[in-house]
Ligand binder design. Structure first.
Ligand code: FAD
Length: 488
């Protein structure tokens, strides 16, 4: 049976391993960590459970698809429920807005809270849908780097309507032209952070992102986000994928123009097909040192990273739900600090994720598990000890002002994750959460393809390659790359 090697067991590595197995390859996954899942991992401390990375789950059908490939019922492995409340937003002037899953309800609530007419929101939501439908089939579901993609009727039709995509304005400009209430502009600007970009730079096409939440919904997996990768790992083992943990791949070997295997800490391993789920930057710089580097792609601006405090909180907050945002008063300044100054704002937007709202077992009685995150620049060698300590103070002050509490007295357990640790734990260049940022209208075209013309039999999947970062897109990267791979 032909052999396939997958370097890395992030969500895209797991999905690629499963899809290759379905194509009848003998598949081995090499993982430098002791556990599968990469950024989708979890830990327990002081009787609190925390998901390490992602907290927002959309498009669960892409996970289900992997179970269905093997004629399994996904619900036997992995359960999730749709959220009624998508997110709670708080501003310092006391405004509180709760986004509900139903778009009719959203329109009604928004018209009551903000200076906006229902028709203006309806128009915005319809526009988001149209943008998504015009582009998803080309930009998300196919390789952008194969001529076939451009020779279909669907692509031709979309090209004719490219003027509708708002590629020449940035998201903030587009939102300002849609709404006069600065709070509503800020709410819709926030969607730029879903791929680690700045609303003041990313093109207006990103206004399609709310459509994914409002139309397809947001979900919470039973057992936490970690159960996504845990269940895929379980399935992979069941269908015969081999996993080698604590085994770092040090090079991808090739014979002229063809990948022939990898070297790991335990020596050479032959393969007919090699997949890299490692971030594309270190893949070239560490595993493919003798290959010509795709400089333009590797120099692309990276997405934002994150600073996270995992707090065990000795109190209950009925005004909060699973996803909560406390907005900065100085949103533009916050993004300038992140992307230009490579630093942190004194008034950050604070995201609080509390999974014990969904599953009380995640925290002791009377307590909550708070995942408190602010967007951060990548790791450029800043003094992180200093940045983390001042950010902690600023986050506490923000929470105290908005929720009217003395947060520092309620924290009974603490762990911290910064961009350096994200980089070290997952090999993501500069600790980027989503690979390259989408801070330019050309970003999608410069992102690395799921293959390389330099080496046959070498493929790429994961958040740093086409179509981009985030769980749904990582799963699509595995689908696109395996569709390009011949059957065994
Ligand atoms: P990764 O998760 O990056 O894993 C790569 C794996 O490869 C790692 O396990 C690593 O150890 C292994 N590896 C690397 N090099 C080697 C080597 N040489 N040899 C062997 N193994 C190697 N997405 C969402 O959809 N929703 C969210 O709410 C969300 N929030 C996020 C919050 C945070 C804090 C973070 C960090 C990310 C978030 N994301 C979110 C993004 C999402 O987590 C990622 O896009 C996705 O998980 C990346 O998966 P991946 O397959 O690219 O691999």
């Amino acid at each position: 049976m032909p052999k396939a090697i997958v370097v890395g067991s992030g969500i895209a590595g797991l999905a690629a391993a499963l899809r290759l197995r379905k194509k009848a390859y003998e598949v081995t996954v090499f993982e430098s960590n002791a556990y599968p899942g990469g950024k989708l991992h979890a830990f327990e401390k002081d009787d609190f459970r925390f998901d390490v990375g992602p907290s927002l789950f959309t498009m669960p059908q892409y996970v289900d698809e992997l179970f269905e490939l093997f004629d399994k019922d996904p619900r036997d492995y992995f359960k999730y429920k749709e959220k009624e409340t998508i997110c709670n937003y708080f501003w310092e002037d006391g405004t509180h807005f709760s986004v509900k899953k139903n778009s009719e309800q959203f329109i009604k609530d928004a018209a009551e809270t903000f200076d906006v007419h229902k028709d203006e929101i309806k128009k915005y939501i319809a526009n988001a849908k149209e943008k998504y439908e015009l582009t998803a089939g080309i930009f998300l579901e196919k390789s952008l780097h194969k001529p076939e993609t451009y020779f279909s009727l669907g692509t031709f039709k979309s090209m004719l309507q490219a003027y509708k995509l708002d590629l020449n304005t940035n998201l903030n400009q587009f939102n300002q032209s849609s709404f006069r209430d600065p709070k509503l502009v800020q709410l819709f600007n926030r969607y730029a952070t879903y791929n680690g970009s700045s609303p003041y730079k990313t093109p207006g096409i990103m206004s399609m992102i709310p459509h994914l939440e409002m139309h397809y919904g947001t979900f919470y997996p039973e057992g936490g986000m970690h159960s996504i990768t845990k269940s895929l790992y379980e399935l992979a083992q069941e269908v015969g994928v081999e996993f080698r943990f604590n085994e770092q791949v040090t090079s991808i070997e090739h014979d002229g123009k063809k990948a022939i295997g990898i070297n790991s800490s335990k020596g050479f391993q032959q393969a007919d097909i090699v997949y890299s789920n490692m971030d594309v930057f270190p893949t070239y710089h560490k595993l493919l040192k003798d290959l010509k580097k795709p400089e333009k792609t590797l120099k692309q601006e990276r997405s934002s990273s994150a600073l996270i405090f995992y707090w065990g909180v000795n109190a209950k907050f009925p005004q909060l739900d699973l996803h909560n945002i406390l907005f900065s008063n100085e949103y533009r300044e916050e993004f300038k600090m992140i992307f230009e100054d490579k630093s942190l704002s004194d008034d950050p937007t604070v995201y609080i994720n509390i999974t014990s709202k969904e599953d009380p077992k995640d925290a002791p009685e009377g307590a909550e598990n708070w995942f408190v995150m602010i967007n951060a620049p990548g790791n450029y060698g800043q003094n992180w000890n200093k940045l983390v300590s001042s950010a902690r103070e600023n986050i506490l002050k923000k929470i105290n002002r908005v929720l009217d509490v003395k947060m520092q007295d309620l924290i009974i357990s603490e762990s911290i994750m910064d961009p350096v640790k994200i980089e070290n734990d997952t090999s993501s260049y500069r600790g980027a959460l989503y690979g390259a940022a989408s801070n330019s209208k050309f970003a999608a075209f410069i992102r690395h393809p799921n293959f390389t013309n330099q080496l046959k039999n070498l493929y790429f999947c994961g958040g740093s390659v086409h179509p981009g970062g985030g769980i749904p897109l990582c799963l699509l990267s595995a689908k696109i790359s395996t569709e390009l791979t011949p059957d065994a």
